[in-house]
Design a protein around this ligand. Structure first.
Ligand code: MLC
Ligand code: AMP
Length: 513
């Protein structure tokens, strides 16, 4: 994948810069700096300055740069600066709590941790305990020690040549054991995916992306940003998804990417009408299942068929409905060019049309394994190199992939993954709790919501739903905190002693509906 001067993704991005470097890259559409914009020349100079600043802080090729900051343009420049330096970008959800951050820092051993200015004192202490040699800050107003340091440094930087197989990023993804694993993603993984999506989704001159996703996950960071960059294009940047703002801005945009919650919230907005989307070319959905009903309702309201695609941290985008041709509701389309996809039985044997089985893939998008966990990588790989996604599906006679379930015990809430095991480990550690069972329940807004059923110690009347939720809030990111907790005398178990969640779900199925 050597489309530029080297396999460094930045070299590819650079090779696609617009002829006029004064062309806008990003315009901030909310917050205290609303209306501020940066052009491609700014992207080059600010990322160069940040790269120099990080080098001065001791970051070298191959080092990890862990980042927990709020969404901002500078955050994207930091991502690009890390690529330019040949270091490995490691974004962390801004909702993660201290205990979660400590695990990521210890596990990944970064050379630098970039945090929010308001967290500095706390994070400097935490980083020291975790053996991280340097901490810098970056705020939403282009403030913080990193930009302060960068301002006097050179706006030119010789991007470090990299091989396509060298690491560009590590994104942590939680697992069934409750412990997160760092998915190692190479420059070649990102480049191949971005090139394929740019072509497949028909990006063209004049496209403007409305960006309302977080930029610490594959969706908002790689899919949305890298395709825009390969287009030499422009984005309207929102710090978060706000339906009022999105409705107001659709008239200036041509493409939007979102999780299903974006689309159900838009449909619930009275101002979201057909005339508002007249300028739009494409709505894309992913990260969680889009209900066929939502697809149809959206189509009736707007005349647009949402293009649903399927991906994961370990593979970027894997399949997509077509730009031209039927975008079939309830399916995630065809494998991306170069991606091999199969439905397999328990031993990896390939199953035929319409047979339900394990979704497996390989291709240039397949990650390089889990950071320092070769045994975990091996567990998820077939001997012939196919990756076992943990999703269950079937391929129909026309070749469309249908996702019908998950083999992994995973809840996807508003496009964010929550592994019940991780929440159970936290709940089980709380005073007064004997054991917990965490389940996902249908939720009209988030698709699925986290809930817990708990057996508490006898006589512990002080252990209430509110008290437990308050404690979990300090230990886990807010999206993982159960939205409801119920108590039972005893959890239902099978003969092996395993909690039978399948019996618990039906009892609470309609809680949020
Ligand atoms: C926020 N909350 C959530 C939540 N997001 N709870 C459950 N699930 C979520 N996803 C909490 C808040 O902390 C708050 O709690 C309460 O719910 C209400 O918050 P809100 O104001 O409604 O949240 P909002 O800021 O509007 O965020 C909702 C959202 C956001 C859906 C817009 O979560 C979002 O942008 N999700 C996208 C995630 C994403 O990018 N996923 C891609 C992963 S990559 P309280 O109690 O404090 O009030 C991937 C691969 C692929 O999966 O294929 O793309
Ligand atoms: P993550 O680990 O955060 O990258 O999440 C990846 C998971 O999200 C996949 O394994 C799927 O379970 C799920 N996912 C992504 N896109 C879709 C989709 N379009 N439909 C259903 N599930 C999806």
């Amino acid at each position: 994948m050597q489309n530029g001067k080297s396999g460094n993704l930045y070299h590819l991005i650079e090779s696609r810069f617009p002829a006029d470097m004064q062309a806008r890259f990003i315009t901030l559409m909310d917050g205290p700096r609303q209306g501020i914009w940066y052009n491609y020349a700014d992207l080059v100079s600010i990322s160069a300055r940040f790269a120099h600043a990080m080098a001065a802080l001791g970051v070298k090729r191959g080092d990890r740069v862990a980042v927990q900051v709020e969404k901002s343009a500078e955050n994207l420049f930091l991502y690009l600066a890390t690529l330019r330096l040949g270091a490995v970008y490691l974004p962390l959800n801004s909702a993660y709590q201290k205990g979660e951050i400590a695990y990521f820092l210890e596990d990944s051993g970064p050379a630098l941790f970039v945090c929010r200015p308001e967290d500095e004192a706390e994070m400097v202490a935490l980083a020291a305990r975790c053996g991280v040699p340097a901490v810098a800050t970056l705020g939403i107003a282009a403030d913080g020690s990193l930009p302060d340091m960068a301002i006097d440094l050179s706006p030119e930087f010789d991007t470090v040549p990299m091989d396509a197989d060298d690491l560009a990023a590590i994104l942590y993804t939680s697992g069934t054991t409750g412990r997160s694993k760092g998915a190692m993603t190479s420059h070649g993984n990102l480049a191949s995916n971005a090139l394929a999506l740019h072509r497949l989704w028909g990006f063209r001159a004049g496209d403007v992306l409305l960006h309302a996703l977080p930029i610490f996950h594959v969706h908002g960071l790689f899919v949305a940003t890298n395709t825009t960059l390969l287009n030499g294009g422009s984005m309207l940047f929102l710090s978060r998804f706000d339906p009022d703002r999105v409705v107001a801005l659709l008239g200036q945009a041509t493409v939007m990417m979102g999780v299903p919650t974006f689309y159900t919230r838009l449909l619930g907005h009275p101002g979201f009408t057909r005339d508002k989307v007249a300028h739009m070319r494409l709505f894309i959905s992913g990260s969680a299942p889009l209900l066929a009903d939502t697809h149809r309702e959206f189509s009736e309201r707007t005349g647009h068929a949402i293009l649903e695609r399927y991906g994961m941290t370990e593979g970027g985008m894997i399949t997509s409905n077509p730009l031209e041709g039927d975008r079939v509701p309830g399916t995630v389309g065809f494998p991306l060019p170069g991606v091999e996809l199969r439905i397999a039985g328990e031993k990896g044997e390939v199953l035929g049309t319409d047979h339900v089985g394990s979704i497996e893939f390989k291709g240039p998008n397949l990650f390089k394994g889990y950071w320092r966990k070769p045994e975990k990588t091996a567990e998820d790989m077939r001997p012939d190199g196919f990756f076992i996604t943990g999703d269950v599906g079937r391929i129909d006679a026309r070749g469309y992939l249908h996702i019908v379930g998950r083999a992994k015990d995973l809840i996807i809430s508003g496009g964010l993954n929550v592994y019940p095991k991780e929440v159970e480990m936290v709940l089980d550690g709380l005073d007064g709790v004997v054991e917990s069972a965490v389940i996902g329940l249908p939720h009209p807004d988030f698709g699925e919501a986290v809930a817990a059923i708990i057996q508490k110690r006898p006589g512990r009347d002080d252990v209430t739903e509110a008290a437990l939720i308050a404690q979990v809030r300090d230990l886990l990111a807010s999206f993982k905190v159960p939205k409801r907790i119920w108590f039972v005398d005893e959890l239902p178990r099978n003969q092996m002693g395993k909690v039978q969640k399948a019996l618990l779900r039906p009892q609470h199925q309609d809680t949020f509906r």
